[in-house]
Design a protein around this ligand. Sequence first.
Ligand code: OSB
Ligand code: MG
Length: 375
Amino acid sequence: MKIIHAKMLPYNLKLKKPFRSAHETILFRTITLIVLVSDDGQRGYGELEAFTEPNYTPETQKTARFIICQHLLPLLKNKKLTCPEDVSTIFATVQGNQMAKAALETAVWDLFAKHAHKSLAQLLSEHSQLRYRQNITVGISLGAQVEASKMTSEISAAAVQGYQRIKLKVTNSSEIKTFSKIRPFLPKLKYMLDANSSFSLKNIAQLKELEKADISMLEQPLATTDFSAHAELQKQLHIPICLDENIFSLDDVRTAYHLGSAQAINLKLSRVGGLANALQIIRFCNTHGLLVWCGGMLEGGIGRAANLALASLESLPFPGDISASNRYYQEDVIEEQFHLKSGKLTLPASIGIGVTLKKEIEDHLLKQIDLLNTL
Ligand code: OSB
Ligand code: MG
């Protein structure tokens, strides 16, 4: 297979309400939609998930679009692809820039799945030799709240909708204290907290308070890229640490494992450079006893569909951050809706990623300049 056309379209999604984490509060989410056309006339879709500001990862929408146009598409041009895994090999000469790589790589997986008349989940299952499920138990990530009453009502509302695991953002010790206080009165579900790097080893005493709160794990308590501090904390903390911001590659997962920095990995396919790398990470975690689960980062409909396909693999039983279509956006980019039913989302029935852009968005995307023919 060869890629013969490539187009992209930045797109602004408006959140229903602001989402606050230790990094920022966002009300608008810019993504970039990607379409790749193969020589068999198939269209493959990808979504660039970098944020506008470089605070969660070093990439931004603008830097990633630049890398895609100037460095990644020239590498793809005229290359014969025999399998989707070829893409990460071809991109290996470009360091980092995982989200830029993932945007193109997932679109290539979509092409191969469509070419084989299979769903993306089925293709991932065959390439990983892991079984997949049609219905996937999911969790929700709730923005940080200051007041106990607001925290309680947000969590209870999510429980009523059927989410099987609640992740709550915390940004300081006082929010941790508030959560610990309300924890005994919350519905019977799995809970976890995500600190997005807002603590340091000086806060060990406050973090140890959480040991009484019955949570599944604590996500990214310490500084981004600091494996040794997390290892020091994990030695002293009787709660599994889950790494998110630290993990860009299989090498990072290996480092975390060998240092003992974490017991769980929040796997985001865009943050690790795509699906082939994600599958390698799953394999490593499975053989080394690390819990691995599918994270999210406020994806639009294309990114959400790719996440759901990944999360369908049976080796990811812990509910991921993949919420229903009605969770974040006033209006999404795809026609289809993902509905929560008994705490589960169902894989789309059609081939490839299984979702389609709304007609006017698709038309707009196809009218953009062909990035391969301007090279
Ligand atoms: O830390 O997991 C995170 C969103 C954007 C960036 C980082 C994170 C998140 C979330 C939301 O927690 C996950 C989601 O529902 O998409
Ligand atoms: Mg996180």
